[in-house]
Design a protein around this ligand. Structure first.
Ligand code: HSE
Length: 430
C-alpha cells in the first residue's frame, strides 16, 4: 500500500475551508513530513451549492457514506455540535479510521465513551483544535508534561469574552455597550450565549482538566458563570487594587482530608496586572500551567479563526497519519487517577467585596463580625469616606466558596450596609 492517504473532511465552514486550503497549499511539505501524500477523498456538507470553491466531485451530503468508504483512511470532523458529529465519529472508528476533531462540546460531553470507542478500534482520536484554537496545549498536557505533577491550569480560553472585558477595561464601558461593539466588529456571534455565559469556556475547561489530572471531567462537572453580570464598577474596583477582570477557566488539584480532588470552574475574576494572564488582551487566548517540576508555563496565541484553528487540525492530521503508517495508534489520555470532582461550594476561593455603608462607629466591626461568623478571614480592608457614608473594599483570604457567598448574602441584609456594589472572586493575589 503506497498510494496517498485519503482524508474525509466533515464540514466546510470557516475552519473546514481553511483546512482544505492548507492541505492543498502545503501538500508537498505534508507528504514529506508524513512519508506519504495526503489527498482529500471527499467533503461532506449540508448545502453543496454554498461551496462553489470546492471541486464538485468532492462534495457530498452523505457524510456517513463518506466516512465509511473503503478508500478513506482518516476523518477530519469540523462540523461541531453533538449530532451528527458523534454518530459519524463512532462510524469512523468502527470502520477503522482515526479521527481529528475540533469539537469541544462533544469531547467535553462524551470524551470517555469516544476514547473508549477509538481504543477498541485501535485508532486515534486527536482534538488539539478543540481548546484554544492554534495554541498547542493538549499535546503538551498529554505528552510533554506526562512526567510531571500538575497543580493548576488556568486559561483565558474564550476570545469573545476576553475582547469584551478588555474593552470594558480600556473604555470604562458597561457590559452591554462592549458586547454591542464586539458584535458589530464580528468578535461576538449574533447569539453570543455560548461565549458570554461561559458554556464554550466550560467545555474547554473540562477537556483541560481531564488531561491535566488524568481524571474524566465532563462539562457538567464544571461550575460555570458568565460575564454578563460584570459591571463597569467591578472593572474600576479591580483597577483600584492593581487588578484586571478576566473570564478564567480554572482547573486545580485540591488537597483534602479525604484525599485529593479536582475543582473545575469558569467565572470572571480579578487577577493582578502583574500576572502573565493579565496581559492577554483582545481576542487572544492563553493557558497558564503550574507543575511541580516544570514550575510555571504559559501558552499564548490565537484561540479562534479559520487558519489558526486549521493549523492545530493539520498538526493532528500529521500525527495520526504517521501513526497509521506505523501501524499503531497513539496513547490516548489516561483516566487512571480518577479523582473526585469537588463541588464549587467546597472549593477554596477568595472574594473582593465593595460595600457602601453608613460611616459611623461600629459599622466596620459589624461587617468584620459577619465575615468572622462565616469562618472567613479578611486579608485587606480599605475605606474611603463620602460625608456620613463610606465605601469599604474588602479582600478575603481563601475560604470555601459557599462560606464566602453566604457572607455576601448576610451583608446584603445588614441595616448598616446601604449596598453591595461589587463582588468578584480574586485569583493570583499573594
Ligand atoms: N467562540 C470562541 C471564542 C472560539 O470566542 O473564543 C471557538 O471556541
Amino acid at each position: 500500500m503506497n498510494g496517498p492517504l485519503k482524508v474525509a473532511l466533515l464540514g466546510c465552514g470557516t475552519v473546514g475551508s481553511a483546512v482544505l486550503r492548507l492541505l492543498q497549499d502545503q501538500s508537498g511539505d505534508l507528504a514529506a513530513r508524513i512519508g506519504r501524500p495526503v489527498e482529500v477523498a471527499g467533503v461532506a456538507v449540508r448545502r453543496p451549492q454554498h461551496h462553489p470553491d470546492v471541486p464538485g466531485d468532492l462534495l457530498t451530503t452523505d457524510a456517513h457514506a463518506l466516512v465509511t468508504r473503503d478508500d478513506v483512511d482518516l476523518v477530519v470532523e469540523v462540523i461541531g455540535g453533538i449530532e451528527p458529529a458523534r454518530s459519524l465519529m463512532l462510524a469512523a472508528f468502527e470502520s477503522g479510521k482515526s479521527v481529528v476533531s475540533a469539537n469541544k462540546a462533544l469531547l467535553a460531553e462524551d470524551g470517555v465513551a469516544l476514547h473508549a470507542a477509538a481504543a477498541k478500534a485501535g485508532v486515534d482520536l486527536y482534538y488539539e483544535a478543540a481548546v484554544a484554537g492554534s495554541i498547542p496545549i493538549l499535546r503538551p498536557l498529554r505528552e510533554s508534561l506526562a512526567g510531571d505533577q500538575l497543580s493548576r491550569v488556568v486559561g483565558i480560553v474564550n476570545g469573545t469574552t476576553n475582547y469584551i472585558l478588555s474593552r470594558m477595561a480600556e473604555t470604562g464601558a458597561g457590559f452591554g455597550e462592549a458586547l454591542a461593539e464586539a458584535t458589530e466588529l464580528g468578535y461576538a456571534e449574533a447569539d453570543p450565549t455560548a461565549d458570554v455565559d461561559g458554556f464554550d469556556a466550560a467545555a474547554k475547561a473540562a477537556i483541560l482538566a481531564s488531561l491535566a489530572f488524568h481524571t474524566p471531567v465532563s462539562a457538567a462537572d464544571v461550575h460555570r458563570e458568565g460575564i454578563s453580570e460584570v459591571t463597569a464598577t467591578d472593572v474600576a474596583r479591580a483597577a483600584e487594587i492593581g487588578c484586571t477582570v478576566k473570564l478564567l477557566a480554572i482547573c486545580e488539584r485540591v488537597a483534602g482530608t479525604d484525599g485529593d480532588s479536582v475543582a473545575v470552574r469558569v467565572h470572571p475574576a480579578m487577577i493582578p496586572t502583574t500576572h502573565p494572564l493579565a496581559s492577554v488582551s483582545g481576542a487572544f487566548n492563553a493557558v497558564f500551567v503550574e507543575a511541580e517540576a516544570a514550575g510555571q508555563l504559559m501558552f499564548y496565541g490565537q484561540g479562534a479563526g479559520g487558519e489558526p484553528t486549521a493549523s492545530a487540525v493539520l498538526g493532528d492530521l500529521v500525527a495520526v497519519a504517521r501513526n497509521r503508517l506505523a501501524g499503531a495508534a497513539g496513547q490516548g489520555p489516561s483516566g487512571y487517577a480518577d479523582l473526585a470532582v469537588r463541588p464549587m461550594a467546597e472549593t477554596p476561593t477568595r472574594y473582593h467585596v465593595s460595600l457602601d455603608v453608613a460611616d459611623k462607629p461600629g459599622v466596620l466591626a459589624a461587617v468584620a463580625q459577619e465575615f468572622a461568623q462565616h469562618g472567613v478571614s479578611i486579608s485587606t480592608v480599605r475605606q474611603t469616606g463620602r460625608g456620613d457614608a463610606a465605601t469599604l473594599v474588602i479582600v478575603t483570604h481563601s475560604a470555601p466558596d459557599a462560606a464566602l457567598s453566604d457572607t455576601i448574602d448576610a451583608l446584603r441584609e445588614m441595616p448598616a450596609v446601604v449596598g453591595v456594589t461589587s463582588v468578584l472572586r480574586v485569583e493570583g493575589l499573594s
